[in-house]
Design a protein around this ligand. Structure first.
Ligand code: ATP
Ligand code: MG
Length: 353
């Protein structure tokens, strides 16, 4: 019997509604699959925790989390209680850094029964691999005065190690999918870092002769997401480009409430962390209408990452059968509650046991 130790951090807002829902689903998954079980340990790290303790998590928080198989996170942030930079840097970004979660992956595809704004979205099924630790989101820079004028400078940092790591992850992923990797670049405008990015992409591509590649400028690539989504399988992008592309991906799927994500520790030294794309959704807290699918699909990514891909596929199939029957929350045009959608998924999982 395989037993996975999972650290659950519901966090803030609807995180506290969708994480318990997804945990119920994982319990049902383990009933379905006799050889698999989970032990969940809850951690209250959140903005409320901050108000009580003056920190988002205790000093030994990282130490307490480091031996879990995975971290399952809801959402972090409550701008009314704690400034975003305090909550994000004190928890989310801290964990990403401490646990060397240098890759962020976000799949996007059409889920049956959920309406996409695309006219013909049937071929939309891709994964964005985003470099998660450097690139444009660096702290290097500042402001200077030149005569009367004020100038701000932001340096982009691309290391060969970090860039290669992201590319290799993308190629490895593509070898299990449609064997195609697209690189998001902008070497016609960004003349130092992006030609470097292109060079590393070409070098890594040589190690994977059976994977097809192409390279697109980010502006054209973003447009192709909408006009020719069938072109894509795996896309590898820098921190900024990956961030933008994944939001377009979530929009094409029909709602940010269904989009999953994972922060991956590639060397296996520390746990990876699984959190949906959406945030704490302050406008719908407590109404019972948060869409649980983003968190549930995130749970499927966690299963995949821990080597349980078969059962992950079953789970997503069951989710799609429920959405296809119109049992969906208001954000995607339905009238059902978080609880009702969750209960229906659990019923259908049980029917498979
Ligand atoms: P944060 O600062 O925590 O990231 P945010 O305001 O940037 O929050 P979200 O929390 O993702 O972004 O919310 C954006 C919009 O999407 C809100 O209107 C919210 O209600 C809606 N939304 C987000 N997640 C869900 C969900 N799971 N179900 C239904 N609606 C959602
Ligand atoms: Mg947000």
């Amino acid at each position: 019997m395989k037993k996975f130790q999972i650290a659950a951090i519901p966090g803030d807002g609807i995180g506290k509604e969708v994480v318990p829902a997804a945990i119920d689903i994982l319990e049902a998954v383990s009933d379905l699959h006799g050889g698999l079980s989970f032990e969940f340990t809850d951690f209250p790290y959140s903005c409320e925790y901050y108000l009580e303790h003056g920190v988002m998590m205790p000093d030994d928080g990282v130490e307490r989390l480091k031996d879990f198989d995975s971290i399952f996170l809801g959402a972090v942030g409550n701008i009314k209680l704690v400034p975003d930079h305090v909550s994000l840097w004190g928890l989310l970004i801290k964990l990403r850094r401490e646990f060397e979660q240098v890759i962020n992956i976000r799949p996007a595809k059409i889920i049956r029964g959920i309406k996409s704004p695309l006219v013909n979205p049937k071929d939309f099924d891709l994964i964005v691999v985003r470099e998660n630790s450097e690139g444009e989101y660096s702290e290097v820079g500042g402001r200077i005065f030149r005569g009367e004028d004020e100038i701000s400078i932001q340096n982009n940092i691309f290391s060969r190690k970090g860039t290669e790591r992201a590319m290799r992850y993308a190629f490895d992923l593509a070898s299990k999918r449609k064997k195609h990797v697209t690189s998001a670049t902008k070497s016609n405008g960004i003349v130092h870092t992006m030609p470097f990015w292109d060079e590393v992409f070409e070098d890594v591509a040589k190690e994977y002769p059976d994977i097809q590649t192409d390279s697109q400028h980010i502006d054209a690539l973003a447009a192709f997401f909408v006009t020719r989504p069938e072109k894509f399988d795996v896309i590898v992008g820098s921190n900024l480009f990956g961030d933008i592309l994944t939001d377009i991906g979530a929009a094409i799927m029909g709602s940010v409430g269904i989009a999953p994500a994972a922060n991956i520790n590639v060397n296996g030294k520390y746990p990876s962390m699984f959190e949906p794309v959406h945030g704490s959704a302050p406008d719908i807290i407590g109404k019972g209408i948060a869409n649980p699918i983003g968190q549930i699909w995130t749970a499927k990514m966690m299963l995949d990452h821990m080597g349980e891909e078969e059962i992950g596929t079953v789970l997503l199939d069951v989710v799609e059968s429920v959405t296809n029957d119109g049992i969906i929350t208001p954000d995607i045009g339905g009238k059902y509650t978080t609880q009702e959608v969750t209960a229906e998924i659990i019923n259908r999982l049980k029917a498979k046991a």
